[in-house]
Design a binder for this molecule. Structure first.
Ligand code: OAD
Length: 228
């Protein structure tokens, strides 16, 4: 069986990383247009970096939870497997996942706005805000996807191709409202895949899911593995 998994912020909630939406979501306290757009960065790179520095400090302390670990285990059970994540925290890789596509980038990678080089920087807190490129001293930005930006081409194409021909798509912990990532379950369904959703709440994806597991990621993954 060819199986794909799509994850969102909900998979990392049990690791203590706040989700974006919902009553205690990040977007309740912060405005995305002031922090997660290219315009915000142009206006005030220091403010944007301070916010990322804060998020990096939360993520640095976080450990993968049972949900991440069981997804890494699922990869061992199927030859034809792809994990597509909207998360930038890197916790899937820490849990042992290998076949991972990061649709929204990675919070630990920096991109130089001057020379275009990309590299990992795990410093928390950052020594200098905004940080400068170690190669050319240009202004660095986080290598994540902001609102209004396109997804990385190769990652998006890999996800599209895999999802178009998989027999099952497991969707875990995403609100399913941010496009184009949210279109993947609809595409998979249209191409004949079984859709399984793990989420304590209802989402637009729930309507097309064949199986809905209304649980947190850790318990939901346990239940899903038992069903296989
Ligand atoms: P959201 O914060 O929009 O949604 C989180 C989802 O996780 C909700 O549907 C919750 O019901 C669910 N959830 C909460 N706790 C859970 C748990 N313990 N187990 C399972 N599910 C749980 O996060 P995303 O869907 O990932 O983009 O958001 C998509 C994108 O919007 C993010 O990648 C980010 C954001 O703005 C960018 O920054 C480009």
């Amino acid at each position: 069986m060819k199986i794909a998994v799509l994850t969102g912020a909900g998979i990392s909630a049990e690791s203590g990383i706040p989700t974006f939406r919902g009553p205690s979501g990040i977007w309740k306290t912060f405005k995305p247009e002031e922090l997660a757009t290219p315009q915000a960065f142009e206006r005030d790179p220091k403010l944007v970096w301070e916010w990322y520095d804060w998020r990096r400090s939360i993520i640095k302390k976080a450990k993968p939870n049972k949900g991440h670990i069981l997804i890494a285990h699922l990869e061992q059970l199927f030859e034809d497997f792809l994990l597509i994540t909207q998360n930038v925290d890197g916790l899937h890789q820490k849990a042992g996942s290998k076949k991972v596509v990061e649709l929204h980038g990675n919070i630990w990678r920096v991109l130089c706005t001057a020379c275009g080089k990309k590299y990992y920087n795990y410093q928390v807190p950052l020594e200098e805000i905004p940080p400068r490129c170690k190669y050319c001293n240009g202004l660095l930005r986080p290598d994540v996807v902001w609102f209004g930006e396109s997804l990385p081409k190769k990652e998006w194409e890999t996800a599209l191709e895999f999802v178009s021909s998989c027999s099952m798509l497991l969707v875990v912990g995403t609100s399913g409202v941010v496009y184009p990532a949210a279109s993947l379950p609809f595409l998979a369904k249209q191409k004949g895949a079984k859709i399984v959703e793990i989420n304590p709440e209802d989402t637009p994806i729930s309507q097309i899911a064949h199986i809905r597991i209304r649980k947190k990621a850790s318990e939901g993954m346990e239940e899903f593995l038992k069903m296989l």
